[in-house]
Design a protein around this ligand. Structure first.
Ligand code: PLP
Length: 421
């Protein structure tokens, strides 16, 4: 890492970068004639080509001291670095209390400690017709580990999985790592970023295992309607596949469309809900998330998916017991005022940026986001001179203005740019 990169190490989004192919080094001879018989494995080489970190670092590298402007890092997705988004005091107190009590010092069971699993079930049950029990909940080290565990549990030879485009790159990385074949369906920009369900049916086959929904949607910033989610469930049922829904942004909504959990449709199709407190409570560093199995008919049990999840959890590290033990208080005291304040700031920022963008004809916001922390914009290349594509534009912005935005390429949307709000 360069000095510049180090200074911004905390401002970086989760992992896209094409690293050079690591050289497989099975035998290296040193000066004393010893033959080293070890070398780095390339198991993660393919998967790690889909991470955001590299792009952001590359853009920071293009920023310059000669440009007499402070670096504005607006490509990263971690609002916790800004004091105005500091998490609520109740959540902090909950962690401090557990720490001081000495009750968070032990190992926990693979699935997570019971009070925490019960608290997650209660938290999710507020909006669900068929209720979850603590047995339906598995705690993970952030929502990302939920993705990893679920993919490992579904990865059988020849299996394929349907992912949204644009999307969240960690899904691509982990599907590749687990050996799941990736098939992409489109989100439709002219239909409120709804899922192209005809496209889903066209790409699914007898080896398809699941469809991934991200709702509220990162990076598009929409919130899906009840009707659309019901159609998604019906399509999945017709295809005989489950729905994996990523609801990590359930508390980051500042538009008018209400959030509907996919679990509502579990009587139609089995639903695995991924969530966590990273985004809602703005504490991604606390590393706690969950997998919830919305499956009243017991399909995930009879197909042995539950068994596989438990086995995978048994061989992976658990989230810190301190945070697990604090989770019931964090969720029960879910501070409505804190969420309201946070979402008000986000809405204000979106309004402000959209307003200013009206004066910049080459950067267009096709749809105002109503959730999450990005504003997806389209570049009008015809109005720009000497700009090849979105990456080229972002590199030149970094070089000439010390302004860092995320190009659309890593999230698979052409000629777009993502601004952090
Ligand atoms: C940030 C994010 C995650 C990862 O959440 P962690 O709890 O930090 O692991 C997963 N999915 C989406 C869509 C995200 O934006």
């Amino acid at each position: 890492m360069s000095e510049e990169q180090q200074a911004h190490a905390n401002l970086v989004v989760p992992a896209f970068r094409t690293e050079e192919e690591p050289k497989t080094q099975t035998q290296t001879q040193n000066g004393h004639g010893t033959v080293w018989r070890f070398g780095g494995s390339d198991k993660a080489a393919k998967a790690s080509t889909v991470t955001l970190r590299g792009v952001i670092y590359m853009l920071f590298d293009n920023c310059s001291k000669d440009v007499k402007k402070t670096i504005l890092p607006l490509g990263h997705g971690d609002p916790s670095v800004y004091p105005c988004f500091r998490t609520c005091i109740d959540a902090e107190d909950a962690v401090v209390d557990v720490l001081r009590s000495g009750k968070g010092n032990s190992y926990g069971p693979g699935a997570g400690i019971l009070p925490a699993r019960r608290a997650v079930a209660d938290y999710l049950n507020r909006d669900l017709p068929s209720k979850l029990t603590p047995d339906d909940i598995f705690l993970t080290a952030g929502c990302n580990q939920g993705i990893e565990i679920v993919f490992e549990s579904l990865a059988r030879p020849n299996a394929n999985i349907l992912l949204p485009r644009p999307g969240f790159p960690h899904y691509d990385a982990r599907a590749a790592y687990s050996g799941l074949e990736i098939r992409k369906f489109d989100l439709l920009p002219n239909q409120e970023w709804e899922i192209d369900l005809q496209g889903v049916e066209a790409i699914a086959d007898e080896n398809t295992v699941a469809l991934v929904v991200i709702n509220p949607n990162n990076p598009c910033g929409n919130v899906y309607s009840h009707d659309h989610l019901r159609k998604v469930a019906e399509t999945a049922r017709k295809l005989g596949i489950m729905v994996i829904t990523d609801e990590v942004y359930d508390q980051t909504i500042f538009g008018d469309n209400p959030f509907v959990p996919m679990g509502k449709f579990a009587s139609i199709v089995p639903v695995m809900t991924l969530g966590g407190i990273s985004k809602g409570w703005v504490v991604p560093g606390w590393k706690i998330g969950w997998i919830a199995l919305n499956d009243p008919e017991g399909v995930l049990e009879s197909t042995k998916v539950v068994q596989s999840i438990k086995q995978n959890l048994d061989i992976t590290p658990d989230p810190s017991t301190i945070i697990q033990a604090a989770l019931p208080t964090i969720l029960e005291k879910a501070d409505k005022k804190f969420f309201a304040k946070k979402n008000k700031i986000l809405r204000h920022n979106v309004d402000l940026v959209c307003d200013r963008l009206k004066d910049i004809p080459c950067v267009v916001c096709p749809k105002k986001p109503e959730s999450c922390t990005y504003l997806l914009t389209k570049l009008e290349l015809s109005l720009l001179e000497n700009i090849k594509d979105d990456t080229d534009f972002c590199v030149k912005l970094a070089r000439e203005e010390n302004l860092v935005f995320l190009p659309g390429k890593p999230i698979e949307i052409k000629i777009h740019m993502n601004l952090v709000i």
